[in-house]
Design a protein around this ligand. Structure first.
Ligand code: UD1
Ligand code: UDP
Length: 363
């Protein structure tokens, strides 16, 4: 049988595919690993391949982001050429990036099967490119690995063509597999200026590409009732520089800006912080693991992760400075007990997905 192809292109895809790659290796299932090149900086890409001890990609591209359309089109063209050459038995994609949609589209147009890991998430916010990508990818996929019952129900409502399986989210596997390593190896706390701090990340296009929202975030972080540690995504650095804010905030006493940090350091920061302020998807999930268990304020108008909200971990607080500040204060004052279980599974999602693949492909 031909190999399975595992495609990743951005930081979260590498992290969430890592447990799946390990499960394929453990089950001795031949696969090729492809980096479609949406992220290309060392800190956003290769750093994770090395730190997570993944095999070097068999094929690797670099697609500097021109426009969304051009980025997507270039990945389609690259992946199509590769698929014609390698003819994989199945192509696995994860999440909702432009690279995911591009890969799924190239694959299905050649009549090859697609497996979508983390299928069925919906923010119902059509301003978000991720919402276009996940909806379209789900409708192109042969196998849909939904992390939760809620995601499965979204897929059923839309009558997707592929077969749906509920598996949990591989990010929980990733946290469980790496927390012990983080505890042993990470030295990030030596760099942190504060004893108690909030951990912030923000990179969603609909937020940081909108100057008033970007300014709201920065004001909220610099005026927050607790110091803020902020590992910054390159998109955000670029926007802050364009808006001439970056140099000013680098000197702020209440804010410590870091470059994008490695996974072991980020896990450590999540574990040590008091509260997480984020627009990130994966972080909303990771915060629910028993190993981290932190309150999250979602700096967006919507979330495609309602399970974290329902379980009491996350609160969607929008993008207004005053609302963010009030929510930080309230959350720090009333630190209720958070659940000890994650709604996204208990760390066996990758194994479950591999078992399903073995069955479906008669391996
Ligand atoms: C993308 C995904 C988003 C995901 C995020 C993970 C889409 C539409 N968005 O957003 O869902 O949450 O990745 O981090 O697919 N840049 C660099 N170096 C890099 C990567 C990006 O400098 O290695 C800068 C460039 O200026 C680039 C910008 O960031 O133009 C945006 O990169 P892009 O991959 O298009 O989107 P992200 O914001 O990273
Ligand atoms: N992350 C990291 N270093 C950072 C910021 C995030 O390792 O400086 C990890 C984080 O733990 C999570 C993933 O990157 O697993 C989230 O990526 P991102 O926020 O870029 O994307 P999203 O999840 O929003 O798609």
């Amino acid at each position: 049988m031909n190999d399975i192809m595992v495609v990743a292109g951005t930081r979260p895809e590498i992290i969430k595919m890592a447990p799946l790659i390990r499960a394929l290796q453990k089950n001795k299932i031949p696969f090729t690993f492809v980096h479609c090149g949406q992220h290309y900086d060392y800190e956003m890409s290769q750093q994770f391949i090395e730190e997570l001890e993944l095999p070097e990609p068999d094929y690797s591209y670099k697609v500097k982001a021109y426009s969304q359309g051009e980025q997507t089109a270039r990945i389609i063209a690259n992946i199509e050429r590769l698929l014609k050459k390698t003819k994989p038995a199945l192509v696995l994609v994860e999440g909702d990036t432009n690279g995911v949609l591009a890969t799924a589209l190239a694959t299905i147009k050649l009549g090859m099967p697609v497996g979508h890991v983390e299928a069925g998430l919906r923010s119902f916010d059509l301003r978000m490119p991720e919402e276009h990508n996940r909806r379209l990818t789900d409708h192109l996929s042969t196998y849909l690995f939904a992390p939760t019952k809620n995601a499965e129900s979204n897929l059923k409502k839309e009558s997707v063509w592929g077969k749906i399986y509920v598996t949990g989210n591989t990010v929980i596997d990733a946290v469980i597999q790496h927390i012990p390593l983080a505890e042993r190896k990470s030295k990030v706390m030596e760099k942190i200026r504060f004893e108690k701090f909030a951990l912030a990340t923000a990179h969603r296009a609909e937020n940081v590409d909108n100057p008033p929202v970007l300014k709201n975030f920065i004001k909220a972080f610099t005026e927050a009732p607790i110091p803020v540690v902020y590992p910054m995504h390159p998109r955000t650095i670029k926007r802050l520089k364009q808006n001439r804010i970056y140099q000013k905030i680098k000197r702020s006493e209440n804010l410590q800006i870091l470059p994008p940090v490695g996974y072991l350091d980020f896990l450590t920061l999540m574990k040590k912080c008091e509260i997480i302020l984020t627009g990130s998807g994966g972080i909303q999930e990771e915060a629910t693991t028993p190993q981290i268990r932190k309150p999250v304020l979602v700096l967006r108008l919507s979330t495609e992760r309602p399970e974290a909200v329902e379980a009491g971990f996350a609160k969607v607080v929008g993008t207004e400075k005053q609302n963010i500040l009030e929510a930080i204060e309230k959350t720090l004052e009333n630190k209720g007990l958070l659940p000890t279980n994650s709604p996204y599974g208990n760390g066996d999602a990758a194994e479950k997905i591999v078992e399903i693949i073995k069955c479906e492909l008669s391996l």
